[in-house]
Design a protein around this ligand. Structure first.
Ligand SMILES: Nc1nc2c(ncn2[C@@H]2O[C@H](COP(=O)(O)OP(=O)(O)OP(=O)(O)O)[C@@H](O)[C@H]2O)c(=O)[nH]1
Ligand SMILES: [Mg+2]
Length: 280
């Protein structure tokens, strides 16, 4: 499938994922031995060994296709959304990748499925592919009942308020083409917390991007602690009404401009990502 030009930028947000990150990097390498890709870790000041493990992996595994952006976290609660936005923006500016991926570091998103998402964009021509927990054939394992129920209720609410076209708004295992990323980077997004996933999708649906969902096996977090806080859920509960209103009433819609959180502080990027071209 490695058509000329296929080059994938994989953004992985991390906060204290020392128990998982090396396994993830190895898993990605095993899953894509024949594809051109770059993994961009976006770390928000992990207090454990996450950053050292990534640096070590880059050095010892000669992984010149892995880099780490270290940000200074400026808000309480999960900033997964801003972290992903930063990684997408960086990849958009510094590479000529044509496929962009976001996936979690906690091994909930299986690297074995990367190829399905990449093929969906590259071969089938969809703009967005979502690894969906809510299709026939999907599985959710090792996730407590309460967490599954919460996710179901949240998704049903978002579907009824925003659009029924998408089954899974909350799984951050997604694939975008370059047009989508350019759109995400060019709009004044409001949310940097995980509800960003809904806002980003609403923006893309408002621009009639073609979305495909494929069944996934979602594995509940093994190592490390969830970063999701009650505060994130409360904020999301309010944000979803705002997003739905902007989606349905175009006058309120999605305006171009820099997002509210665009002044993100990048304290370090290493190794410096060399702009790469398709012909390399
Ligand atoms: N850079 C960055 N990454 C974050 C932040 N909060 C969470 N993450 C990462 O985002 C991903 C998802 O976070 P989780 O804590 O697993 O959230 P979740 O998957 O919704 O919740 P669980 O069901 O507990 O796994 C993980 O890779 C985290 O390390 C943050 O503030 N900054
Ligand atoms: Mg998780």
């Amino acid at each position: 499938m490695n058509k000329p030009g296929s080059y994938t930028w994989i953004v992985v947000p991390t906060l204290n994922e020392a128990g998982n990150i090396r396994l993830l990097l190895e898993g990605i390498r095993q899953a894509l031995p024949d594809l051109r890709y770059h993994v961009c870790i976006v770390d928000d000041g992990s207090k454990d060994d996450t950053v050292d493990i990534v640096r070590n992996f880059i050095r010892t595994a000669s992984a010149d296709n892995v880099s780490i952006i270290q940000r200074k976290k400026t808000h309480l609660g999960s900033q997964r959304g801003v972290a992903v936005w930063t990684g997408l923006q960086y990849g958009f500016r510094h590479s000529e990748c044509d496929i962009f991926v976001e996936m979690d570091a906690d091994l909930s998103h299986r690297p074995e499925e990367l190829r399905i998402g990449i093929e969906t964009i590259f071969r089938l021509g969809y703009n967005v592919a979502i690894a969906s927990k809510y299709l026939i054939g999907s599985r959710v394992v090792n996730r407590p009942f309460g967490r599954r129920l919460l996710s179901r209720v949240a998704n049903t609410t978002v579907r009824s308020l925003v659009s029924r076209k998408v089954r899974d708004y909350s799984n951050g295992y997604r694939f975008y083409d370059r047009e989508c990323v350019s759109m995400i980077c060019a709009h004044r997004l409001r949310y940097g917390s995980p509800i960003y996933l809904t806002e980003g999708l609403a923006l893309l649906m408002a621009h009639r991007m073609r979305i495909y969902e494929f069944p996934t096996t979602y594995i509940g977090r093994g190592e490390g602690l969830s970063k999701l806080r009650l505060m994130d859920l409360a904020k999301a509960g309010i944000a979803v009404f705002d997003i739905a209103a902007r989606f349905h009433f175009h006058s309120l819609g999605f305006v171009r401009g820099t997002p509210a959180f665009s002044q993100v502080q990048i304290s370090q990027v290493e190794p410096a990502v060399q702009p790469q071209t398709h012909s390399k």
